[in-house]
Design a protein around this ligand. Structure first.
Ligand code: BGC
Length: 255
């Protein structure tokens, strides 16, 4: 499952799942481009982890929700690293509010980061692969909420459901170019995106009771699957979602 000689771009890799994926790719032998929004120190930490594995890294500041940034992210990555083989669309945000209180600004930023971002970063990557006549892999970090309703997070669930259909569509459309497209759907993973929950022992233990494996996932749980999907061991997998959730999504029982 080695990634020797490959170059991987991980959006939103200044923390959380993206940071673990970036390190995991380097551990498997890839050179890695780190994208961040504002946390330059976080991006530098990710780059240091990549270099610990003896791999090259580059850091690019880009807001994936802005199409011009999405395109520049891909072109700067290729300029710095010489090539690009795998795109991990990881950057994502969520905003909690009852439906009737959701502001237009909050709605738009969630859709723009989680859905327009992956769309336009992937488009720039695919144009490059097409021009170079090279195969490639696109892996989107979606969520169990590409399937599962989550009250107070409607825009988030819409964005992840949309990401599922983007993945399915592109898997078919890009197959003739030798490009595979898949999603990873994490459940509850201990990362900064759910720090309010992690800091509330009562909420945390209720959530653990709802997870059949009875623990939150770790960023490494997700990074391991990303490492597999990025490798040639996954060459025949396209158009699917791998759920990494400790059993959360299909949990139902009666006492
Ligand atoms: C969300 C988390 C949530 C988890 C499980 C993730 O997609 O980002 O806030 O805890 O799903 O519901």
């Amino acid at each position: 499952m080695g990634l020797d000689g490959k170059v991987v771009l991980v959006t939103g890799s200044e923390r959380g799942i993206g940071q673990a994926i970036a390190a995991g790719m380097a551990e498997r032998g890839a050179d890695v481009a780190v994208d961040y929004l504002t946390d330059v120190a976080g991006a530098q930490k990710t780059a240091a982890e990549i270099q610990k594995f003896g791999r090259r890294s580059t850091i690019v500041q880009a807001d994936v929700s802005k199409t011009a940034d999405a395109q520049r992210l891909v072109s700067e990555t290729i300029a710095a690293m010489g090539r690009l083989d795998v795109l991990i669309n990881n950057a994502g945000i969520e905003k909690r509010a009852p439906f009737w209180d959701v502001t237009e600004a909050d709605y738009r930023v969630v859709i723009d980061v989680n859905l327009a971002g992956p769309f336009f970063v992937a488009q720039a990557f695919v144009r490059y692969l097409r021009d170079q006549k090279r195969p490639g892999k696109i892996i989107n970090i979606s969520s169990v909420h590409e399937e599962l309703p989550f009250p107070h997070f409607t825009s988030y669930c819409m964005s992840k459901g949309g990401l599922k259909m983007m993945m399915r569509n592109l898997a078919i459309e890009l197959a003739p170019l030798g490009i595979t497209v898949n999603n990873i759907a994490p459940g509850a993973i201990a990362t900064p995106i759910n720090k309010a929950l992690l800091n509330n022992p009562k909420l945390l233990s209720a959530l653990e009771d709802n997870i059949p494996l009875h623990r939150l996932g770790t960023p490494a749980d997700v990074a391991n699957v990303a490492g597999f999907l990025a490798s040639s061991a996954a060459d025949y997998i396209t158009g699917t979602t791998i759920v990494v959730d400790g059993g959360l999504l299909w949990n139902y029982s009666e006492q």
